[in-house]
Design a protein around this ligand. Sequence first.
Ligand code: GRF
Length: 197
Amino acid sequence: MAQPQRLVVLISGRGSNMEALLQAAQRRRWAARWGAQVVAVLSNRPQAQGLQVAAQHGVATEVVDHQAYPSREAFDAALAQAIDAHQPTLVLLAGFMRVLGAGFVARYQGRLLNIHPSLLPAFAGLNTHARALQAGCEVAGATVHWVDEGLDSGAIVAQAVVPVLPADTPETLGQRVLAAEHRLYPRAVERLLAAGL
Ligand code: GRF
């Protein structure tokens, strides 16, 4: 078998995408097929619900609280140290709500993925569902992309499309997109694993 693939997931909150990754890893036997394993879940928020979910799955968790650092550079350095301790081949942002500095992004170039709840390059940034409705979009969706130094601007790895329905609110559209995210992120990671990254 090729080199083991060590995956580190970064979260800030609920962690439902992280859970989808953990479930897919188990159900689709990532360890047996590609030696791939989620070795740690890191959060910048001590209260992130996803930390408990990860622990229930038996995955090591760690908090690097951004509020404990005087600058973004200091936080990025502490986060990088925590990540590097796990020697990851891939770092998966899953609802990680901090903008990362250029130095951090460069350090993990080609190893850092994100999931964003819109069809990029449309609607980078926040409030994607309200903005999609406002614009009159007939379809919405989610994007898995490599992270570069821009805002949600890196190369696209995979996308999922869902319909926008006439009665949609940002909440109902958001739920439909989130369900699509839960299928998309594991599928995108699996495709990279199968390709040898
Ligand atoms: C998801 O919609 C993700 O695309 C966005 O933040 C949300 C995180 O949800 N970046 P969860 O924490 O994975 O449940």
